[in-house]
Design a protein around this ligand. Structure first.
Ligand code: LLP
Length: 422
């Protein structure tokens, strides 16, 4: 890691410290739980801003663009902080574009990525003049060409599948040839030529997103080399892509084994040294918001080795889905080891756990914080088992603001009808 790149969050309060102290700055976390109830997601604005600044500082080294992958956390208050920090946005659906519109993020700051784009999404993106649409295959490109009636040119990039091992959990590895994402090099070349020769289209990025929670630089370097080769071939054929977009996926480690290096800073240093003249872009999600959030939950029961809490896989599905390990600590006290315990939720599934085999002494009424829950936490909540989505709170300037209220029974039932009557 280059010496001049600052470590993120160096002078900031961490959630681990705050939970041990029982407070974030002047905000008492127990009072916050009493005010807003549990479970709740709690985010620290300073940490989001600091992560953005760190990524911008690194990206600035090579003049690269950053588009925040808002699927990791699309709460409007989070988006507002990221907008204020000056980043662009990566949206994957109509709702995500509407989220941008709701807080006046200019469409020209937004790219549209993701597979299987609907007609509605593409029409919405074109009408609003997004910065770029990344086509995930020739079928999508065909649809874009048919839908685009001009007169303004649409910038279209190509999602390339580099067929590499991104060395992460198989559920979130997207850069291997068997995955549904992107197209191979030969198909990508063809698509680029087609875009370049279609009058209403302009060639955008060669884009690859190889997976998530990636903990080393090598898979990115391998991808960059392949995309640079493709770029050279295109340039020889007289076609120049706007930039190379290496996607997101930068891992934050987990509370149990934190990354001891900064994958993004390392990658930027490599790119700066090896391809100084190339324009790059990135789509980080988790790295900007993951550490900034905790899930605050209350212990309901203690039953043998099970600490049963009021949050479960319906609030944070990552442990159930990917076996991910989130640190857990009891509020206000460093955890006193008490044999191996499992922290489980109230959902009727064996996979309904938040942590397994951890040393924790907690009793009914105690408050626990589940760390590193700012990304792919609230956005993946569900109503399974008749659970109601919990609230989200933002700590900013020593003030706690409710930034999403707790869902109610009426909210859920309002969307349904019983045709046969009551
Ligand atoms: N760009 C594209 C096209 C993506 O599909 C994603 C994430 C990102 C960027 C941002 O990746 P990040 O920097 O956040 O890793 N639910 C899983 C993660 C799924 C990621 C989906 N795509 C989890 O909880 O680990």
């Amino acid at each position: 890691m280059p010496a001049e790149v600052a470590k993120p969050h160096a002078d900031l309060l961490t959630w681990e410290q705050a939970v041990a102290d029982g407070a974030w700055g002047n905000t008492e976390l127990a009072a916050l739980a009493a005010q807003f109830g549990t479970p709740s997601y709690v985010y620290a604005a300073d940490m989001i801003t600091a992560a953005c600044q760190h990524y911008q500082q690194c990206a600035g080294e090579i003049g690269a663009d950053l588009h925040y992958a808002m699927k990791s956390n699309g709460n409007l208050a989070v988006l507002q902080l990221i907008k204020k920090a000056g980043l662009g946005f990566d949206a994957a659906s109509v709702l995500e574009l509407e989220r941008c519109a709701a807080i006046d993020i200019r469409s020209a700051r937004t790219i549209v990525t993701g597979p299987g784009k609907s007609v509605e999404l593409l029409e919405r993106a074109m009408r609003n003049g997004v910065r770029e649409i990344i086509a995930d295959g020739s079928e999508e490109l065909e649809r874009i060409s048919v839908l685009n009636h001009g007169p303004t040119k649409i910038t279209v990039g190509v999602r390339v599948n580099p067929d590499i091992d991104s060395k992460t959990h198989p559920h979130i590895a997207t850069g291997h040839g068997a995955s549904k994402f992107g197209v191979n090099m030969a198909q990508a070349q063809k698509m680029c030529m087609q875009i370049a020769t279609t009058p209403q289209l302009r060639l955008g990025s060669l884009s690859a997103h190889i997976g998530s929670q990636i903990s080393s630089c090598e898979p990115y370097v391998e991808t960059a080399r392949l995309l640079l080769k493709l770029r050279d071939e295109l340039v020889s054929a007289g076609v120049v892509p706007k930039q190379i977009d290496l996607g997101g996926g930068f891992g934050i480690g987990d509370n149990v084994s934190r990354l001891d290096h900064d994958v993004f800073a390392e990658l930027v240093a490599w790119l700066k040294k090896n391809c100084p003249d190339q324009q790059f872009a990135f789509q980080p999600g988790r790295a900007l918001v993951g550490r900034a959030g905790i899930l605050l939950t209350k212990v309901e029961y203690r039953k043998g080795r099970h600490i049963i809490v009021d949050a479960g896989m319906t609030e944070l599905i990552r442990p159930a889905l990917y076996g991910s390990k989130h640190g857990v600590a009891k509020l206000g006290m460093s955890p006193a080891p008490e044999g191996k315990m499992d922290v489980v939720g109230p959902v009727c599934e064996n996979t309904d756990y938040l942590a397994q085999n951890i040393e924790l002494d907690a009793n009914p009424g105690d408050l626990l914080a589940i760390f590193d829950a700012g990304a792919y936490g609230s956005v993946m909540m569900s109503n399974y088992n008749g659970r109601l989505r919990c609230c989200e709170v933002m700590l900013d300037d020593n003030q706690a603001r409710l930034v999403r209220r707790r869902e109610t029974v009426a909210d859920v039932l309002a969307a349904e009808t019983a045709p046969l009557g009551g």
